[in-house]
Design a protein around this ligand. Sequence first.
Ligand code: FUB
Length: 308
Amino acid sequence: VSTVFNSVLAQTKDTSFQSNGNPIIRHKYTADAAAIVYKDKVYLYTGHDVAPPKENRYVMHDWLVFSTSDMVNWTEHPSPLNVKAFKWAKDDAWASQVIERNGKFYWFVAITHDSTHRGKAIGVAVSDSPTGPFTDAIGKALITNDMTTEAKISWDDIDPSVFIDDDGQAYLFWGNTTLHYVKLKENMIEMDGAFKKIDVPKFTEAPWVHKRNGWYYLSYAYEFPEKITYAMSKNINGPWEYKGILNEIAGNSNTNHQAIIEFKGKWYFIYHNGALVPDAGSFHRSVCIDYLYYNKDGTMKRVIMTSE
Ligand code: FUB
């Protein structure tokens, strides 16, 4: 445990390690994975749980980035983004996702807004490199809690997930309890049109959209404690057909949060659990990776968690 907590000290240079089964990162707590494939490498972006031992609350100030060419040998890069980069925000480096467009990397994040706005908000940072440094792209929140009026909770505008379709149209999905999406302009930092809602069974949070063979897949955290479940559609605007559970509650954590990528011909399901050390639990989470397989009809097979 002390190794894990010592790692809170700032890292200043690239370091390497081999993953040896799940959790893949064992020297610090990582959560809320998002990943992209760029130029023959996977870049894995995670949140960073730093709550003192036994403290049952999220303490998260920065996001981390790791890269690999083979899913075994990993490089950890110095943290390229901290909540302090967003002058309008207070704290809480919650779930995020990075996407590349025209050689720029856009990092959409959920954070707590400062005292002028209630609750969580979504911001976006930009960089010329997948490993940063990233700077606030617009100097204010892209989405604030008061833009979604049905909100009864202050944390409903979280968990941004971006997707660029084959025709170049970008979409931002997000939410807790209510799942919203909106088109993004070509510049990735302005919204284009009205918010829309998606009604899928027992949506909690953590949307992730990917596409394969003409099918759109919308995976998300379902119920609480969370399982990951999914729906499919032939159209990004739905209707979405619910398909069922992708993975069960992941060892010892109330939340789960997935990313799905294809890399060198294999599909990967990236998620987190709370099983790095005994009693790690919901606020000391760790990223895990398992293979993802499809059935002939395009549905996804249930993920066998090698972390259990
Ligand atoms: O890590 C903080 C929050 O917990 C995330 O935003 C949710 O997806 C859940 O994992």
